[in-house]
Design a protein around this ligand. Structure first.
Ligand code: PMP
Length: 286
């Protein structure tokens, strides 16, 4: 795959892309982003990613610099120029370059940046063994529904997990499940799939929606509601979902096995349904 990026109207090699040190993305983390998986050179759920980008931009009071049709054209162009079959498209919009001042600049032009990298799906071993997680208090801000580039808390939380030899954190706020550092989290108890509601405390994951749709299609009962900590600790199955991890079982939590300690039957059903669904969507787009 070539390393071609897009920056403010231009395609160029990633290592030649430059932004000013006064960019508010660099100075304040004042920007929003998206990560879009690409299968067989086709972006997955692109309209949904662009809709979430619009909501993030609205939330930070930044006008969308491009119409959806332009985003779509540029993203397809970037995929073609990079040339890999399965890619991960990263895009970010910041409030642009201005003299350092917390107040919004009157006339800054947003910085629009995109890059592509190979999409690395979880290994067969990880899918069959499951991931490990530790619990943590969710100390992020109260607008976790905004896909903001200011990810300091998420970075600290992910490193906290890695330092403990785990793959991800499972976070609680005021005694209820929120999500992971870069993933949504699901619980299965007695055959029922439980998901925390989409509110300002979690990122509305694109994969989260896919998981709930597949559960409905496979007649797995689901409940979207507040999930107290003890329900997570006594789960039969625990999963995480994200654009890069798809759906993955969490088989140890704080060093203890989740359920049987192996990916569960409901996970296997939905994981397979996800693979079938991806293939079907890609065929339809062809
Ligand atoms: N929550 C957080 C905090 C995330 O960063 C992500 C994705 N990076 C997700 C959930 C999952 O979202 P999606 O399924 O759209 O990738």
């Amino acid at each position: 795959m070539s390393d071609i990026a897009y920056l403010n109207g231009e395609f160029l090699p990633l290592d030649q892309a430059r932004v000013s040190v006064l960019d508010r993305g660099f100075i304040f983390g004042d920007g929003v982003y998206e990560v879009i998986p690409v299968y067989s050179r086709r972006p997955f759920r692109l309209p949904e990613h662009l809709a979430r980008l619009r909501r993030s931009l609205n939330a930070i009071r930044l006008a969308n610099p491009l119409a959806d049709a332009e985003w779509t054209r540029l993203i397809h162009d970037l995929i073609a120029r990079n040339g890999g079959e399965d890619q991960s498209i990263y895009l970010q919009v910041t409030r642009g370059v201005a003299k350092r001042d917390h107040a919004f600049p009157a006339d800054a032009k947003p910085t629009v940046f995109m890059m592509a990298s190979p999409l690395v799906a979880p290994s067969r071993e990880l899918i069959e063994k499951g991931a490990s997680a530790i619990t943590a208090t969710d100390f992020r801000w109260l607008r976790c529904d905004v896909k903001a580039t200011s990810l300091l808390a998420n970075c600290l939380l992910r490193q906290h997990a890695l330092d403990a030899g785990a793959d991800e954190v499972v976070m609680f706020r005021d005694g209820s499940l929120t999500e992971g550092s870069a993933s949504n989290v699901f619980v299965v108890k007695r055959g029922v799939l439980l998901a925390p509601p989409k509110n300002q405390l979690v990122l509305p994951g694109i994969t989260y929606d896919v998981v709930l749709e597949l559960a409905a299609a496979k007649n797995v009962p689901s409940e979207v509601r507040k999930i107290p900590e003890d329900e997570v600790r006594n789960a039969d199955e625990l999963w995480l979902s994200s654009s890069s991890k798809e759906v993955l079982a969490i088989t140890t939590l704080d060093g203890r096995p989740v359920g049987s300690g192996r990916p569960g039957a409901v996970f296997k059903l939905i994981h397979q349904a996800f693979q079938d669904f991806k293939r079907k969507v890609m065929r339809q787009a062809a």
